[in-house]
Design a protein around this ligand. Structure first.
Ligand SMILES: NC(=O)c1ccc[n+]([C@@H]2O[C@H](COP(=O)([O-])OP(=O)(O)OC[C@H]3O[C@@H](n4cnc5c(N)ncnc54)[C@H](OP(=O)(O)O)[C@@H]3O)[C@@H](O)[C@H]2O)c1
Length: 324
């Protein structure tokens, strides 16, 4: 592998656009090639981001020997198919969240990565933001004592459209898989990824997908995460972690640029840092260059456990997808 790390983008949609823009902020990363189902769209995307190569099929990108890793940015319902095609073609993968539709799909993807010995990571980009790394540091230093409550929410106001990725069950629509995964993943980061009790309640809309949901995850030591998600109303999008000796607050935690640490009567510690998609890309480059098959910061077993939690929530709210 040369000093430059050549990224391939699979699917020229809206998140691919943000990721490709942020790659320019990462030294050594090259936005090298994009693949779309239509060559014209791929060429337009490549022109926009100054990429030298555009492909009119996903397989052509996978077959390009110059590509060092592929970012899978298609709707949830295609993550398994596209990720497995990349892995079988020997290409390391950063796969958008949610990693898959369910835990069975996630398991198949992880098995493929391990069988073919090719790197794989879920693109839960919030994990790699400096602010959230600082929160982890505060927790590991016991700055708030034992964390026992976590409140987190991610709801946003989407335009109802039965055909859109967010409302269409064929594309894995609903709030839980799209944005509910953020508070669930954050709770897993703080309390661990194996809650002992999961309680969920949701409202399923006219297309049959969850338009809003509330969840309580309880852990072995009694710690509880109270989580909300939805696609009809905008929520505060804040994480609040309450410990026996203090509190951490992270506004806009999924794209965090600041966090507050309260440990007494004094003013809070205020930590600030930039956000962006290049931090998760840096983790992939570091791991692939080191010959690793997964990230220590977001191991595949954790990704799988989070998918299992979402499966249990969907069982409770009686939401199944047509492809299951
Ligand atoms: N990390 C984040 O902040 C973030 C933000 C938004 C979304 N996401 C995740 O990223 C994924 C993509 O979301 P998005 O908002 O970018 O979606 P999008 O704009 O709809 O783009 C998805 C792309 O997937 C490709 N695709 C392949 N088969 C498709 C099909 N049958 N129907 C529609 N598109 C198809 C299309 O690319 P071509 O036409 O070029 O082939 C399309 O442009 C989702 O899993 C979502 O959860 C992550």
């Amino acid at each position: 592998m040369s000093e430059q790390f050549r990224w391939g983008i699979l699917g020229a949609g809206s998140i691919a656009r943000k990721f490709s823009g942020d790659l320019k902020r990462l030294p050594g990363a090259v936005c090298y090639a994009v693949a779309s189902r239509t060559l014209e769209k791929a060429r337009e995307f490549a022109d926009e981001f100054g990429m030298p190569v555009a492909y009119g099929s996903y397989q052509a990108l996978i077959d390009d020997p110059k590509v060092d890793a592929i970012y899978v940015a298609t709707p949830h319902s295609f993550h398994m198919e596209h990720t497995m095609a990349c892995l079988k073609g020997g290409k390391p993968v950063l796969c958008e969240k949610p990693f898959a539709i369910n835990a069975a799909q996630a398991q198949a993807m992880i098995d493929t990565s391990r069988t073919h010995k090719v790197f794989l990571m879920e693109a839960m980009w919030s994990r790699f933001l400096p602010v959230n790394l600082q929160v982890r540091q505060w927790l590991s230093e016991n700055r708030i004592g034992t964390p026992l409550f976590l409140m987190a929410d991610f709801g946003f106001r989407a335009q109802p459209n039965p055909e859109s990725r967010l409302f269409n069950p064929q594309l894995g629509g609903g709030g839980l898989l799209d944005v509910g995964i953020y508070p669930i993943s954050y709770a897993a980061m703080v309390f661990g990824h194996t809650p002992t009790q999961i309680q969920a309640s949701a409202w399923l809309g006219s297309t049959g997908v969850d338009e809003q949901a509330a969840m309580i995850l309880t852990h072995a030591n009694g710690a509880q995460a109270l989580l909300r998600t939805g696609i009809r109303v905008s929520t505060e999008q804040t994480v609040r972690i309450e410990g026996t000796q203090g509190v951490i607050v992270v506004p806009n935690f999924w794209h965090a640029t600041e966090a507050f640490l309260y440990t007494g009567d004094a003013s809070p510690v205020h930590f600030t840092a930039e956000s962006g998609y290049h931090f998760e890309a840096a983790e992939v480059m570091h791991c692939v260059r080191a010959g690793k098959l997964e990230s220590d910061a977001l191991p595949l077993d954790e990704t799988l456990a989070i998918m299992r939690t979402m499966d249990e929530i969907r069982t409770q709210i009686q939401l199944t997808y047509p492809m299951e």
